[in-house]
Design a protein around this ligand. Structure first.
Ligand code: FES
Length: 173
């Protein structure tokens, strides 16, 4: 019995430590253009500083993931065009100043380099290797809405308390 528990916790440890995260079914991803992956700040609010990742789905076995912000001046690489550079493979061209970034290793003929993320397919799903938790949902917006709702509720509570206080004061007069 003890051995089983040890085994389970060991397996759980491996799963928890893994940086590989499931993005979704390959069939569904292939029909889409550039897919944004957001840092999941519902799990860790410090992730608000982390850049979004763009996922390019070229074919059933060809996926690339890189940071959205161009390392030159922050241009939106998710809006760039993809070009075939021949032997070097595919490159994304930044829409702001046309710097090229190789989708496999993030290098550019300009000498700059952007972050790239490993991807892998298994059992019909796509996985990405990433240090932080990513989400297909923009959790930054979700957290903003939640905070706004909390502030609204707080204001309502304050107003109710103030009304009660006024009522109490009137009763004592
Ligand atoms: S911001 Fe991308 S090339 Fe300048």
């Amino acid at each position: 019995m003890e051995f089983t528990n040890d085994l389970i916790s060991a397996v759980n440890g491996i799963v928890t430590d893994s940086k590989w995260q499931k993005v979704g079914p390959i069939d569904e991803l292939l029909g889409k253009d550039n897919i944004l992956l957001y840092p999941d700040i519902t799990q860790d609010e410090e992730q608000t500083q982390i850049d979004n990742i763009v996922l390019f789905c070229i074919g059933p076995n060809e996926f690339y993931a890189i940071d959205c912000a161009c390392p030159h001046e922050g241009g939106p690489l998710e809006l760039g065009d993809i070009e075939d550079t021949g032997n070097e493979g595919l490159a994304i061209i930044c829409p702001w100043h046309s710097y090229d970034f190789n989708l496999k290793d993030g290098t550019s003929s300009t000498g700059l380099k952007t972050n790239v993320y490993e991807t892998r397919t298994a059992n019909g799903d796509l996985y990405i290797k990433c240090d932080h938790v990513v989400s297909l949902t923009n959790t930054k917006d979700q957290v903003k809405i939640k905070k706004a709702q909390e502030n609204e509720e707080e204001e309502e509570t304050i107003q109710k308390l103030e009304q009660l206080q006024i009522k109490d004061e009137k009763e004592y007069v």
